[in-house]
Design a protein around this ligand. Structure first.
Ligand SMILES: NC(=O)c1ccc[n+]([C@@H]2O[C@H](COP(=O)([O-])OP(=O)(O)OC[C@H]3O[C@@H](n4cnc5c(N)ncnc54)[C@H](OP(=O)(O)O)[C@@H]3O)[C@@H](O)[C@H]2O)c1
Length: 391
């Protein structure tokens, strides 16, 4: 891992940690021998469910709430009351909004019953331990939103759900890899807490890869909707064989309720697209979203990209070192159990429409679009450097 004074890779991780996933990790099996390819499907029931979401106001939450209401379920959320939704704001009138703090105040959850608890906001193993302990007799099912970050370092070419995950920091972890390890280890050990308290028959573990779609305030994917809408010379990093993976946040939401309603428990990689896709296939599809005339400039020289501080443009992550297999997560078990996929064109179009909508603050939009560190604003300069580099 290269050291830079301003380390874009670290910025990326810090942002990821604040708002969602990180990059992957590996050692002990999560379910041991219990992790079968197809999970147990009990009797199917589609009754209206009382659902508690820990979190619920950020990215995944508003999309889950829209899906839950469509399916006739009722929702309570539990947050500190700080994060305001930037999508489906009107739906929150019908949500019971409980206030507390996972750090030190779970009183709003005491002596209450729900059918299902969905733990979106798991950031510390202790948090999951405490909520699972508190809720195990008052909820039937615990859904823990984990991450493919549990597979870090990505040293396989095919991560199935029973791939051994790392549970403690290796001695040789350096300052840069520590952050990536920490996130995966936290998620992997949190998964175990949910399973320990609810038991494998009452626990669903969802491991999403990079989620894309409306309400993503991490700004990790918005580069593509904005860039493709504008057209012109478009930098596309990566080699022909560089794989990419991503999942529309609404597909994750649908999948969660499909599993819940059909009594399917177990651990699932929530990963798209359906078929393996490389960065060039991604861009070939993505570019058809808008009709702006454009010219793709493929830059496949990793050293050049690194020296221009292009380490990733999600869903492309430079597949070097510990990230070699970060887009090689196996999604077959999830597909067999009902995961379906939104087209990339729809994900991009809907994300763009959300970005320019009134639900997102002008400040948020401007902060990103005027940030000179983004590839959006550095692209011209990088393309000029590339022209010179080729000569
Ligand atoms: N985005 C991705 O690409 C991605 C990929 C893989 C996995 N994931 C996982 O997906 C999950 C959902 O991500 P997300 O971005 O929608 O939500 P998130 O950022 O993980 O959670 C934010 C929610 O948690 C609440 N919260 C934060 N601190 C809290 C505290 N101390 N006590 C109570 N509530 C607290 C926030 O409300 P308040 O601020 O009001 O408290 C907000 O509702 C996360 O677990 C993430 O790790 C995300």
């Amino acid at each position: 891992m290269k050291k830079n004074n301003t380390n874009p890779r670290r910025d990326f991780l810090e942002l990821s940690l604040k708002s969602s996933l990180a990059l992957p990790f590996l050692l002990n099996p999560i379910f041991g021998c219990n992790s079968s390819e197809i999970s147990s499907t009990k009797n199917s029931s589609h009754k209206s469910l009382k659902i508690l979401i820990l979190g619920g106001t950020s990215f995944l939450g508003p999309n889950q709430i829209a899906e839950a209401f469509q399916r006739g379920h009722s929702i309570s959320t539990f947050t500190r009351g700080k994060t305001k939704p930037s999508l489906h704001q009107n739906l929150f009138e019908q949500v019971e909004q409980l206030i507390g703090d996972r750090e030190n105040d779970l009183s709003a959850l005491e002596n209450r019953k729900w059918d299902v608890v969905i733990d979106n906001s798991g950031r510390k193993v202790e948090w999951t331990k405490k909520t699972a302990e508190l809720l195990k007799d008052n909820c039937q099912l615990y859904v823990f939103i984990s991450s493919t970050g549990v597979y870090y370092p990505y040293k396989s070419e095919d991560f199935k759900e029973d791939y051994p995950v790392v549970r403690s920091l290796p001695e040789d972890a350096n300052e840069d890899s520590k952050m990536e390890y920490d996130y995966g280890i936290m998620k992997a050990n949190s998964e175990l807490q949910a399973i320990e308290h609810f038991g494998p028959e009452r626990t669903i573990i969802i491991r999403p890869t990079y989620m894309i779609g409306p309400a993503d305030k991490t700004n990790r994917f918005i580069h593509w909707p904005l860039r493709l809408k504008k057209g012109g010379d478009i930098l596309v990093p990566g080699k022909e064989n560089d794989l990419v993976q991503y999942i529309d946040v609404r597909d994750v939401s649908k999948f969660i309720f499909h599993l819940i309603e059909n009594d399917i428990t177990g651990t699932f990689n929530a990963v798209g697209p359906e078929q393996k896709q490389n960065i060039h296939q991604f861009i070939d599809q993505a570019i058809t979203t808008f009709d702006a005339p454009s010219n793709i400039v493929k830059i496949d020289d990793y050293d050049f990209l690194e020296s221009n501080k292009v380490f990733y443009i999600v869903p492309w992550i430079m597949p070097r070192d510990n990230n070699r297999g970060s887009a090689m997560i196996n999604n077959q078990k999830s597909i067999k159990n009902g995961l379906s996929f939104t087209s990339i064109q729809k994900s991009i179009k809907d994300t763009y429409d959300w970005w320019i909508s009134n639900e997102l603050s002008v400040e948020h939009r401007l902060a990103y679009e005027s940030d000179s560190k983004t590839i959006l604003l550095r692209e011209k300069e990088i393309l000029n450097n590339w022209e010179k580099h080729k000569m």
